[in-house]
Design a protein around this ligand. Structure first.
Ligand SMILES: Cc1ncc(C[n+]2csc(CCOP(=O)(O)OP(=O)(O)O)c2C)c(N)n1
Ligand SMILES: [Mg+2]
Length: 785
């Protein structure tokens, strides 16, 4: 790049630095929230990346490239979008305000176009890597899309997060030449100067995983000094200096800085810097490459040249670069004072009247901004898949069968549907076969970027790997599972091709990937995940494998619909419905309040259960009514009035349950009938949909100060206002609210302690889930009335 262009970039980056600093300042000093809670923001973390990000958006990036921005650099991102003309001026004073710029980049909440949400450090780093995995899959199945580079801009202390290394190490992420990670190597985290010199360790870890590593360490001034006679000693000394000592230089000037810099240095270094003036020494030894635009652009170009593996650039930067808080070990959350901001404004040649201006379009910098806006604009993407998923498959079950088995069979059947099949993609963290994806894998194969030779013949499992395969196998990392599902579910946007992603995981380990699960749903991703097997019904596996709180997680996670069917017929309907909703690509949640818009979480079991009760309900209610109720969240599996007509005047109770425990509940209802109590049995297929329906009417009542009505789904399943017993192979709390929704006392039964190994019967006994306990709970509920 010639000097003129570098000068233009420099002018732009100065404005970016100013705006990013002022955006945070305005949030804290111009707005009165009236609540005494600090607003906050990160001027130092932002300043650190100004050069690298200006070089990206104002020179390097193309329209098809996708970038994750380190959470604390969101002010830099928005300043850039503003200067490009993609963000309205009115937002600039609204960082961290309701409806304003979000504290951290948000796909779903920010007014400008964010490619990847960030905030929970580590996840934003890995997301573009999995977006690239998704792109490789899309290109192989649907034809090459326009080339994209997937970039993650991350903090150096972010590399402490384990999920980063799980992502880097997984064979599914190898060989992705269109990925670049840019590490803001400012050697500071939140609390401290990062101890020691970690770069060698990190370089080794990346290289061992097959990555291309670039270091941008020195700026032009230092590079020139190194080239002078004796400069090698200076270089050696700076390279060996611990972070703590180096960082301490930023707070010093004059002779004090020289003394600190030379503390422990060989005599040649002292001699070399002897004729460098006190005023020049500080700027020289802190002249780092991450603030040299040309050096950064060269590094980006080096990454482009390496096309067979991901790249990582370590850009040596100064946290708080260009600000009075530069390099201060306590600067992470530090804010400039109003006086410091006034001084900075004047130093940037701005006044209170001009401080929020865009670059003058008549100047070279303004012209560049206009050109870059054009160059980076891209057409809108279509979210809907535009295929119809059938309401039901041909899967039927006449003998006892588990939901996990049915799940696998439904997928196999859908894999035969010529409309739906091409878009199905499954993934699992080394549990594909033990969660029943084998049938699907046998039909569709395992995805590999190139054809792989198969060395073994197994008639039960044909593990053939090729670019045509539709299962993406991951190593044992539930974080990677949810990160990949999250990106597969955003492929309509990030790769121009909607997909129908389905993942499986042992239910207890949903918690292991929970933050990535949350990350995907907060990003607006849509996918199906099956947690299977679940609960203490996984009896012999013991307490370490038995999930208890996952039902609550599914119920409470926004952007997730939690489903726990017990029977083949209801699972078939619910799974088809979930995929159909994803295929439909309904409107964002913000615009359509009651519409479901997110992921689907099925909690399943390996316990085979008798299907006759469901078929009896089908015969009683008819397919259409039963399906509507199953999809709405609950139906009466046994209607006591019809099942026990001679108990017309008996006390009535409702037994509500989800999933694998229904056989015990049915047995309890029969026992209760013998004791002269009429018990309805309600199969709750989606606790989540019931709760949401109830919440909606309650909220409506709260907001309009009117009496809430009982929602339809609850009314049809719980027609009587009579005592309730809830039975769940999960923490008892998740269903306990049903009593108050129905308007009657409730006794919740469930699993509130860690389990142990045993038989299903033994463990149900241990946790009071056998029919006898359910009967006693029903009598207690009646007594509570
Ligand atoms: C998962 C998670 N844990 C903790 C935090 C709180 N936190 C935010 S920034 C930060 C330090 C980040 O340091 P670094 O990545 O080096 O960023 P920079 O120096 O550029 O600010 C921490 C601990 C977080 N955002 N996410
Ligand atoms: Mg840092």
């Amino acid at each position: 790049m010639n000097q003129h262009d570098l000068d233009v970039l420099d002018e732009i980056q100065r404005r970016v630095l100013w705006l990013a600093t002022r955006i945070v300042d305005a949030a804290n000093h111009d707005r009165d929230t009236g609540d005494g809670v600090k607003v906050g923001g990160h001027q130092a973390s932002s300043a650190s990346l100004v050069t690298a990000m200006t070089a990206l958006w104002f020179h390097h990036l193309d329209a098809e490239d996708r970038v994750a921005v380190k959470p604390h650099a969101s002010p830099v991102f928005h300043a850039i979008q503003y200067l490009l003309g993609n963000l309205d001026k009115s937002y600039l004073p609204k960082l961290r305000a309701r409806g304003g710029l979000q504290s951290y980049p948000s796909r779903t909440k920010d007014p400008d176009e964010v490619d990847f949400s960030t905030g929970s450090v580590g996840l934003g780093a890995a997301a573009p890597l999995f977006a690239a995995v998704t792109r490789r899959y899309v290109d192989a199945h649907f034809g090459a899309r326009p080339h994209s580079r997937f970039v993650a801009i991350i903090g150096d202390a972010e590399l402490d997060e384990g999920n980063i290394w799980e992502a880097v190490a997984d064979p599914a992420t190898t060989g992705l030449g269109n990925v670049m990670w840019l590490v803001d190597f400012n050697r500071q985290s939140l609390d401290r100067v990062v101890p020691g010199i970690r770069i060698n360790q990190w370089r080794g870890q990346f290289e061992a995983a097959g990555w291309h590593v670039v270091e941008v360490k020195y700026g032009r001034k230092l590079a020139e000094a190194y080239a002078r006679p004796g400069g090698a000693a200076l270089r050696d000394w700076i390279d060996r200096m611990p972070n703590e000592q180096y960082q301490s230089l930023f707070g010093l000037a004059g002779p004090a800085l020289r003394k600190q810099f030379l503390d422990g240095a060989p005599a040649e270094v002292a001699a070399f810097v002897a004729d460098i003036g006190d005023d020049e020494l500080g700027p020289l030894v802190t002249d780092l490459g991450g603030h040299d635009a040309q050096a950064m652009l060269d590094a980006y170009a080096q990454c482009d040249a390496v096309t067979d593996r991901p790249s990582v650039v370590f850009a040596y930067t100064v946290k708080g670069w260009g600000l009075p808080i530069a390099g201060n070990p306590r600067n992470h959350s530090a804010l400039l004072t109003t006086e410091q901001v006034d001084t900075l404004r004047a130093a940037h040649g701005l006044t209170p009247e001009t401080e929020w201006d865009r670059l003058d379009p008549a100047t070279p910098a303004g012209i560049r901004a206009g050109e870059r806006r054009e160059a980076l604009s891209r057409p809108p993407r279509e979210r809907a898949l535009g295929v119809t998923v059938p309401e039901t498959t041909r899967v039927r079950a006449n003998k006892p069968v588990s939901t996990q088995e049915v799940f696998g069979r439904v997928l196999v059947d859908l894999a035969r549907d010529p409309q739906v099949a091409p878009y199905l993609v499954t993934t699992a963290p080394d549990v594909a076969t033990s969660t029943n994806l084998a049938g699907f894998i046998n039909k569709t194969g395992v995805f590999a970027p190139t054809e792989q030779r198969s060395w073994t013949e197994d008639r039960m499992l044909r593990w053939t790997e090729s670019p045509a395969g539709q299962h993406i196998e991951l190593g044992i990392s539930e974080m990677n599972l949810f990160l990949l599902l999250g990106q597969l579910g955003l492929s309509w946007d990030l790769s121009g091709q909607p997909l129908l992603p389905v993942g499986t995981v042992y239910d207890p380990f949903v918690l292991r990937g929970l933050d990535a699960f949350l990350y995907g749903t907060y990003s607006g991703s849509r996918f199906v995940v099956a947690g299977t097997p679940s609960g203490i019904t996984l009896a012999p596996e013991g307490g370490a494998h038995q999930s208890t709180i996952t039902a609550s997680v599914g119920l409470e996670l926004p952007g997730v619909t939690f489903l726990e069917p017990a029977y083949a017929g209801s699972l078939d309907w619910l799974l088809c419905d979930a995929l159909g909703q994803i295929a439909g690509g309904s409107a964002p949640a913000a615009t359509a309040a009651p519409a479901e818009d997110g992921a689907y979480y099925f909690r399943l079991s390996t316990r085979p259960i008798d299907q006759a009760p469901f078929e009896a309900a089908r015969a009683r209610l008819g397919d259409a009514v039963l399906r509507r109720q199953v999809v709405a969240g609950a139906y009466r599996l046994v209607d006591a009035h019809q099942a026990y007509p001679d108990l017309a005047d008996a006390p009535v109770v409702q037994l509500a349950a989800s999933g694998a425990v229904l056989p015990e509940v049915l047995a309890a209802a029969a026992e209760l009938a013998e004791e002269g109590v009429a018990a309805h049995v309600v199969d709750v297929t989606s606790l989540d949909r019931l709760y949401r329906a109830w919440q909606r009417t309650l909220r409506q009542g709260v907001r309009t100060a009117t009496v809430p009505s009982v929602p339809g789904a609850l009314r049809s399943a719980f027609a009587d206002r009579v005592p309730v017993v809830t039975v769940h192979d999960a923490a008892s709390h998740a269903m306990a609210w049903l009593g108050s929704a129905v308007g009657a006392p409730a006794v919740p039964l469930g699993v509130d302690e860690f389990g142990q190994s045993g038989s299903v019967r033994e463990l149900y006994e241990l946790h009071d889930l056998l029919p006898g306990s359910i009967v006693n709970a029903a009598l207690a509920a009646i007594a509570l009335r």
